[in-house]
Design a protein around this ligand. Structure first.
Ligand code: G6P
Length: 368
């Protein structure tokens, strides 16, 4: 087993470190740096059919659901199309209003999650245009959808998902780019975004290179039993995913909240020293996020910021910070989440937790 872990103490750490390569595999051959678009065989249908789609509905569970939430921002922003996320477990128990012009994307690392599979069946029945975004080749969901894009992230062993998430987000960005180029997104904008997506493996490598700094910061967060993660815009799902990672592997009670929602309730729980992890990278939502950070500071919270390199305004309001390279605000979700994965990993390691096999959790959940 030690050999399988390639010298790393845990599969999770190995998989965190594999991300530059996994991401390169997920992206390779899929960007069109001439047209400023992407080439996704699984999405190939007539350009007319794509142009006629009126809505993207993404379904998934757990970490895949958080990737879907980043996708929601990407599709609206880049492809100018109505996009929404539905929990796979809810999907068929409500009355999903949809037809042939709805584009349903089922997102699953394993391709075996029962709720997601059930959602796919329901969407088919409603006549939607269904596609999967799956890691495991030939898995049930991949077969059931018939059409899809594989992540090529390689096997993910750790129960807590890391590289699958970052590959899911990267592929969703490419899907949004493809759809966007058939709509309003110009070639020039497309080229710029394609370039930024192409740089994702390097951005992630640069975050991983800071592991020692992040591990040092983690030492100060080991003894807390509660933590809050906040963000806005595309960094909102990143905050949710950061909180999920921390609770899964360290058993610290972590809540992910929209930064603006904190004051509508959870802020009542802040006490001097309560950790608040604020994902405040550059983008349209940054200034407002910093405002929310001030609200937490005023209650004595200890703030760990995920900020953009060189952003002294953001650094100044944080007690500690981890900086990530500057890039497109949607692309930044990937390096930002990697910083949180590394943080959670080290907090859990210092707490002596069973990182690869947390209690009560399974890698794939095949019951509804
Ligand atoms: C389980 C795993 C999670 C995962 C979720 C969805 O709960 O522990 O890490 O995000 O299932 O899995 P999927 O394979 O559909 O992405």
């Amino acid at each position: 087993a030690a050999a399988e872990k390639g010298g790393f103490e845990h599969f999770m750490l190995k998989e965190i470190h594999e991300q530059p390569e996994a991401l390169a595999n997920a992206i390779r051959g899929r960007l069109d740096l001439h047209l400023g678009s992407s080439v996704l065989a699984g999405m190939s249908t007539s350009q007319r059919e794509l142009a006629e789609l009126v809505r993207v509905v993404m379904v998934g569970c757990g970490t895949s659901l958080h990737a879907a939430m980043v996708g929601e921002y990407a599709f609206e922003d880049i492809a100018d199309i109505n996009a929404e996320v539905q929990q796979a477990a809810e999907f068929r128990y409500r009355n999903p209003i949809m037809g042939s012009r709805d584009f349903v994307v089922a997102i699953s690392q394993s391709g075996e999650t029962a709720d997601t599979l059930a959602a796919v069946k329901e969407a088919h029945q409603k006549g939607a245009f269904v596609m999967s975004l799956v890691n495991v080749v030939g898995s049930t969901i991949a077969r059931e959808t018939g059409r899809g894009v594989y992540l090529h992230a390689g096997p993910e062993i750790s129960v807590a998902s890391t590289k699958a998430f970052t590959c899911q987000v990267s592929v969703l960005l490419m899907m949004a780019l493809k759809l966007g180029r058939g709509r309003r997104f110009s070639r020039e904008e497309g080229l710029k975004l394609a370039h930024d997506i192409g740089s994702i493996p390097l951005l992630v490598e640069r975050v991983i290179a800071k592991e020692h700094i992040i591990a040092k910061i983690a030492e100060d967060y080991v003894d807390n039993e509660h933590a809050f993660f906040i963000g806005r815009g595309p960094m909102y799902p990143v905050a949710l995913e950061g909180a999920l990672k921390l609770k899964e592997i360290s058993y610290i009670h972590a809540e992910g909240y929209h930064a603006a929602e904190l004051k509508h309730g959870p802020i009542a729980l802040l006490q001097p020293g309560t950790p608040v992890i604020a994902v405040a990278c550059e983008g349209p939502a940054k200034d407002k996020t910093l405002g929310n950070v001030e609200e937490c500071r005023a209650r004595g919270a200890r703030i760990l910021g995920i900020v953009t390199e060189g952003d002294t305004d953001a650094e100044e309001v944080m007690d500690d910070y981890i900086s990530i390279p500057r890039t497109h605000p949607l692309v930044a979700t990937v390096p930002a989440v990697v910083a949180l994965q590394i943080f959670s990993y080290h907090v859990a390691r210092l707490r002596g937790c069973e990182i690869d096999q947390p209690r009560n959790l399974a890698k794939s959940v095949t019951v509804e």
